[in-house]
Design a protein around this ligand. Sequence first.
Ligand code: GAF
Length: 380
Amino acid sequence: MSGVAAEFRRLFGREPEGVWTAPGRINLIGEHTDYNDGFALPIALPHSLDVAAARRPDGVVRLSSRQFPDVFEAPLADLVPASVPGWAAYQAGTLWALLDEGYPVSGMDLLVDSAIPTGTGLSTSAAVCCATVLAATGLHGCAPAPAEVARLAQRSENDFVGMPCGIMDQSAVMLSDRGRALFLDCRSLAAEQVPFDPAAHGMSLLVVDTRAPRRLVEGAYAQRRRSCEEAARILGVRALRDVSPEELPGALAALPDDLVRRRVRHVVTENARVLETVDLFREGRPRAAGPLFTASHASLRDDFEVSVPEVDTAVEAALSAGALGARITGGGFGGCVIALVESGLVAECGRAVRAAFAERGFGEPVVFTALPSAGARRLS
Ligand code: GAF
């Protein structure tokens, strides 16, 4: 019996009817582009969380997590946006979204057990929401398509929790595959698996969890999103996706202030970097994507202003130890850095990052390597 099933039995005094799993994600490139209708290129992590669940006949939901062990309990029909505190909000919001859209969900007990490092920008929240959609619909005999699961999970975050995120994280959780990166068009929602197997090319994908405290994340994220929407309105386009690199100088000249100009420059150049990276992956030349990763970081640091000193230190240390490219991954304001590294240099890069952190007086980072892994699914 899996750990989450045994804990479910201990907590709720009965057997779960099923167990589902959902991975965390890292985004290789294409940051803050999803809510601009643009492109992204995430992979699923080998780290995942499991959800055990069983129906209840009385319409009540009991929600818990091994990492945050309080039990939230309420009638499903009473759930309203912004009413649930803490982590249970993600599970509750997902059940609320399903009910609101007419899915046949009812009361249930639901327990999450996560091995995704939390608070690190590796998308535990999207994994919780996606696994909860799978569990709740699976228990009631329906099986929405993976892209629909992603949309419902996003709705939980947008309309219940109040986080105005795009669709990238949930798509990565649902649509990823081993040995591939997910090329996502966030306007059409077309998703293509492109080959990305660093080990086959003698490389590794290094992840540095900087453990920098992520502060003001949601407010700053919402501000970035508002700036982009405002710029699109001024430029008369549906979204910044509609500004091409060739049109960028004219667009910048038409914008009233420097801050908005820099936000626009990031989004337009980042979309172009995703397309270039995808071409390199398709041609079997992932090594050549290194400089694009580093350029993406500079753009997120200087133009989009979502980096912090710990993150910049990790990027610089990895690059000076010979990484082919390095960048912040995810929404920013702390969190993780990824570096594309020749396999023989992994240990050296890790050492260099730890030494640079010690020198700057930062807490010790956690360094690991990741392979592109499978998306969410039912386990039992
Ligand atoms: C967060 C959001 F949830 C995503 O939708 C995306 O915007 C990302 O930040 C930045 O690329 O993870």
